[in-house]
Design a protein around this ligand. Structure first.
Ligand SMILES: NC(=O)c1ccc[n+]([C@@H]2O[C@H](COP(=O)([O-])OP(=O)(O)OC[C@H]3O[C@@H](n4cnc5c(N)ncnc54)[C@H](O)[C@@H]3O)[C@@H](O)[C@H]2O)c1
Ligand SMILES: O=C(O)C1=N[C@H](C(=O)O)CCC1
Length: 269
């Protein structure tokens, strides 16, 4: 069995990942931890999540549990994630990172650290979203400059980062399809007398409200018609299943930085 450590085990994602790990035939829920001072420390994450006993109690910090597992699954907060990656690299423990809000500098540092440990990093671990990423690149490359690309994402009112990591990746995939650099053409805000839209820009807009789990639409708006492709998450379980799948996949891989395209075999599509 592959021993899994769950970071942020009391969080919205941490709780559902715990359940999916407990149900996975190759995975064992070996340890859980939370941030210093969390009221969840000492509690059983399964009982907290309402699915029975996980057989572990939530401990304080990664250092307390690092020797108990083969893979760390991290869905926490970007600042914490980078600290965990350094510890995982030093211990050569595999990692699955679903946390979003990582900066370009964070991703570059992760790439360098991953020469010492195997790591899957992806802003969205649902199968459907990873297919959407591929569709975005392909559709953009077919339609070209006649069709304006816009993305709208909707999430719950507790989400801390904007735009979502998924929306940014979707924009990056669409930009690659039309051979543009997202850093040059991404537009994240419009207000006032902004003038006509340029052909090149790729708009990314954010909606936050209520308990929306996650919704992403990419628009290709052309002359006389438009295509809209939408992914709607009905619950957090598809993300959590993807994280469990990634943990089982990464356990025996060589050091390096991988994505869900590698896990799901979508790399060459
Ligand atoms: N990749 C995906 O498929 C995917 C899907 C959903 C959410 N996410 C991302 O996962 C992250 C978490 O989302 P959430 O809704 O579960 O948030 P959340 O706030 O409910 O949970 C985060 C948990 O991490 C814990 N945490 C924070 N700092 C910590 C530290 N230093 N040590 C240990 N634990 C710490 C918090 O206490 C909390 O319990 C976000 O970045 C979100 O965007 C990714
Ligand atoms: O609930 C969240 O937070 C989510 N975050 C990810 C993102 O930023 O793309 C994935 C969807 C849910």
């Amino acid at each position: 069995m592959i021993n899994v450590i769950i970071a942020g085990a009391a969080g919205r994602m941490g709780q559902r990942i715990g359940y999916m790990v407990s149900q996975h035939p190759e995975l064992h829920y070996a340890a859980a931890f939370e941030a210093t001072g969390s009221s969840a420390i000492g509690r059983d994450p399964g009982e907290m999540g309402g699915w029975g006993s996980a057989g572990v109690t939530i401990e304080e910090g990664l250092e307390a549990v690092i020797d108990k597992g083969d893979v760390i699954i991290d869905f926490t907060f970007h600042k914490a994630t980078m600290g965990f990656a350094k510890i995982a690299a030093a211990h050569k423990t595999a990692m699955v990172i679903g946390t979003t809000g990582l900066s370009a500098e964070n991703l570059e540092e992760l790439k360098q650290l991953s020469t010492d440990f195997p790591c899957v990093q992806a802003p969205n671990m649902a199968v459907g979203v990873n297919v959407l990423f591929k569709l975005a690149a392909k559709t953009a490359s077919i339609l070209g400059d006649d069709y304006n690309i816009e993305i709208v994402e909707l999430h719950h009112n507790k989400k801390k980062d904007a735009p979502s990591g998924t929306a940014l990746k979707l924009a990056e995939m669409a930009a690659s399809g039309v051979k543009r650099n997202l850093a040059e053409v991404g537009v994240y805000e419009r207000n006032g007398i902004i003038g006509e839209r340029s052909v090149e820009e790729i708009g990314v807009q954010t909606v936050r409200g209520g308990d929306i789990v996650g919704e992403h639409t990419i628009y290709f708006c052309g002359p006389g018609e438009r295509i809209e492709i939408t992914h709607r998450a009905h619950s957090r379980d598809n993300f959590a299943q993807g994280a469990a799948k990634a943990a089982a996949w990464i356990a025996d891989k060589k050091p390096g930085l991988y994505t869900m395209f590698d896990v799901l075999g979508l790399q060459d599509l």
